[in-house]
Design a protein around this ligand. Structure first.
Ligand code: GTP
Ligand code: MG
Length: 196
């Protein structure tokens, strides 16, 4: 998709900050801290709009990017960052929980990002289980595939297909924001949803 305009339309920082106008659909990106959510948004948009950092815990607010005045891409704070203080973890958990409880009805697709290089983490499994309870079937994006050789990638793909078969997943998309791989498949999901 051609991104003609992008606008940081809303930043949700506090518990009573309002969500933006629900007349436009939204696509949210969730995953562990440092998995590459903000990088993926930037790669999709083709412009550096979201902050990226080597240090986990960079995105602490819910950031709504309005694309072509038509729909939102939503950058959520990461979870599962063990070294964050208990207070910070509690706060992020609340932010994400609020998003799912108050806003998931307006979500056209949830992209759940998982690092392609590792095994499924406990916190990822917890998220997937929680989504099942909420009746949300995510598209899983396996991130940072540029860090794997093609044989390692094949091995990891088989592993994830098997371990994710326990959950209701719409699709698994391997991706690299760095090498711009898999982005077209993500756009296809978005285009299909907004043209419904
Ligand atoms: P939080 O905001 O802390 O939740 O993190 P995030 O999920 O938004 O991750 P972010 O996009 O900030 O990226 C974290 C680190 O991973 C940065 O150092 C990025 O440069 C790196 N990274 C992200 N995507 C890729 C990728 O596709 N390939 C490689 N090699 N590195 C990546
Ligand atoms: Mg981020």
């Amino acid at each position: 998709m051609e991104v003609k305009s992008v606008e940081l339309a809303k930043v949700i920082a506090k518990p009573n900050d309002k969500f933006p106008d629900p007349l436009r659909g939204e696509f949210a990106f969730v995953g562990r801290s440092n998995v590459g959510k903000s990088s993926l948004l930037n790669a999709l948009i083709g412009k550096k709009v979201a902050f990226v950092s080597k240090n986990p815990g960079k995105t602490r607010t819910i950031n709504y990017y309005l694309i072509n005045s038509k729909f939102y891409l939503v950058d959520l704070p990461g979870y599962g960052y063990a070294r964050a203080s208990k207070k910070d973890r509690e706060e992020w958990r609340k932010v994400i929980e609020r998003y799912f409880s108050e806003r998931s009805w307006n979500m056209k697709t949830l992209f759940a990002l998982i690092d392609s290089r590792h095994e499924l983490m406990e916190s990822d499994a917890q998220l997937l289980e929680w989504l099942e309870v909420l009746g949300i079937s995510p598209v899983v994006v396996l991130t940072k595939i540029d860090k794997l050789s093609s044989s390692e990638l094949n091995k990891q793909l088989k592993y994830f297909e098997q371990v994710l078969s326990n959950y209701k997943i719409r699709e698994i998309i391997p991706c690299s924001s760095l090498k711009k791989e898999g982005l077209d498949r993500i756009w296809n999901v978005i285009i299909e949803e907004i043209s419904k």
